[in-house]
Design a protein around this ligand. Structure first.
Ligand SMILES: [Zn+2]
Ligand SMILES: [Zn+2]
Length: 256
């Protein structure tokens, strides 16, 4: 059990170090000037912000690894819908199940996130994540323990709701991490035409989540903005900010 826990913790840590690390390396160390036009906020986070985000992310992985062990390696597994071989459900379902994971997570994230913003719950669950008012890629899993338990709960929801094979689960979590890092990137990498397109307008953007960190209210979504649009919780300045950030001018003047 200890060995399985260590392996799960290692995999969770590696996916974070690799994905957030590559983003940080490119946008914050090697080429910050080249991408300055796409920078969402004028200032950069401080070193102490990076270390807080990294430290709490590694703390979160203890809770996430706990969920993995509970669901995959204890008798709880027999009550879940986890299956072993892709052939049991076929490849089309394997890929469809990844899509279903994203739909479930999009809904789970929006509603738990909104709940954690309730004044009675905010401090106890979500305050730490909002210490990053100008988030960096390292903020992706910067949660206090109570929020880590809520965020990791998505794994429970998935394995009880839909048949899922472990590699489909892993693929979903890698994609989820990449989108999470994108949301906290501090730069908008989607082109304006995509954000404004008929289908692309439903995608959640780094600008939207960055605004959530800056203003605290509105823009609660993860992958898509569908729940925010349906519930009328988009920040009123979202479209204006997209226009401001994604102009040809340097970020300093575009976001002054
Ligand atoms: Zn929040
Ligand atoms: Zn965030």
């Amino acid at each position: 059990m200890t060995k399985s826990f260590s392996i799960a913790y290692l995999i969770l840590s590696l996916r974070y170090i690799i994905i957030a690390g590559i983003a940080f390396l490119i946008f914050y160390i090697i080429k910050p000037k080249r991408f300055s036009r796409l920078h969402i906020q004028q200032a950069f986070p401080k070193n102490k912000d990076y270390w807080r985000e990294i430290g709490y992310s590694f703390l979160s992985f203890f809770f996430f690894a706990g969920y993995v062990i509970l669901l995959f390696k204890t008798p709880v597994r027999q009550y879940t819908r986890i299956y072993d071989h892709v052939s049991q459900m076929g490849w089309p379902y394997f890929f469809f199940s990844i899509f279903l994971c994203l739909v479930i997570h999009d809904t789970y994230f929006y509603w738990t996130h909104r709940l954690m913003h309730h004044p009675k719950l905010f401090k106890a669950f979500h305050l730490l994540h909002h210490k990053s008012t100008n988030p960096s890629p390292w903020a992706a899993f910067s949660f206090q323990p109570t929020e880590s338990i809520v965020e990791g709960g998505i794994a429970v929801a998935i394995v009880f709701l839909i048949p899922i094979q472990r590699y489909a689960f892993l693929t979903f979590f890698i994609f989820s991490t990449a989108y999470n890092v994108y949301g906290h990137l501090g730069y908008e990498i989607y082109p304006k035409w995509l954000i404004r397109s008929r289908i692309g307008k439903y995608l959640n953007t780094s600008i939207a989540h960055n605004m959530h960190h800056k203003y605290f209210n509105g823009n609660y979504s993860f992958y898509t903005r569908i729940w925010d649009m349906l519930m009328g919780t988009m920040h009123p300045d979202y479209d204006k900010t997209v226009d401001k950030v994604l102009t040809e001018e340097p970020a300093e003047t575009a976001y002054a």
